[in-house]
Design a protein around this ligand. Sequence first.
Ligand code: NDP
Length: 278
Amino acid sequence: MILLKGAEVSSKIKAEVLAAVSAMEGHVPTAAIVRVGERPDDVSYEKNAMKKIAAFGMEARSYVFPEDISQQEFEEKFRTINQDPQIDGILLFRPLPAQIAGRLPERLIDPKKDLDGISPINSAKIFAGEEDGFAPCTAEAVMEILKGYEIPLEGKRAVIVGRSMVVGRPLAMLLLKANATVTVCHTRTKDLKAVCREADILVAAAGKAGMITAEFAAPGAVVIDVGINVDENGKLCGDVKWEGIEEVASAATPVPGGVGSVTTAVLAKHLCQAAQRK
Ligand code: NDP
């Protein structure tokens, strides 16, 4: 079984971004990373993203607001960042506290600076198969891994477990654009195991530690594990139970070291693209 390592894909993306940045003649693409509150997951992702962006020859500024910020104040501050000509791209951590209502930030964010593809304009572009928008970084990271390892997609059956706006849905559109035949599964899917066993490419994005066992994979399937969970021993793990998969799958991504490590590389790539498009 081939281990689909994120690091190799990331370093390819890094080389492309470094070349593109050096062609910008002095302009350093700059990201605003906007966080409300101190959720440990956000703090840790922010640290990784800042490091990655710097390693890719660009800059990231962190904007942190208190958990109890009012909607009005958040909106004002966010608008200022959104309109700042020095900021090429924005990453906003969600979910936001309850007082910041509904889908306000998604509607506010300038689609051209929308590094994680949250704006409805970018969703529509991904839905329509257009290439000048931004897809959510994780969904695109899956595509980068498949591309990086030259896994054929045309005419293949792809099954995604999970239908969130962050992973499952946009990924379905990206795979469809690549001419795969796509099935999206969720908690109401009947006989999930049988559906998964039809997949040439099986993507686990349910957020349930170890739920995808070897019985879900057809012989020779490519298994992509998007899940980031913590097991009963406090260890980071994916949605795929590794034992047994090695004997069945032709290739699989590890957790950690798979999709997650490519996600921040895609974020950096999006920042570079946002600056180029400007
Ligand atoms: P959500 O909780 O938003 O969505 C989970 C989806 O999985 C839902 O559509 C849900 O179905 C489906 N699902 C859950 N349990 C089952 C089940 N037992 N059988 C079938 N379907 C199921 O999660 P996210 O999409 O935000 O994240 C998914 C995973 O990916 C998480 O582990 C998260 O940590 C990880 N993640 C990883 C990233 C990375 O960079 N690697 C980035 C973002 C997320 P239903 O709609 O019916 O509820």
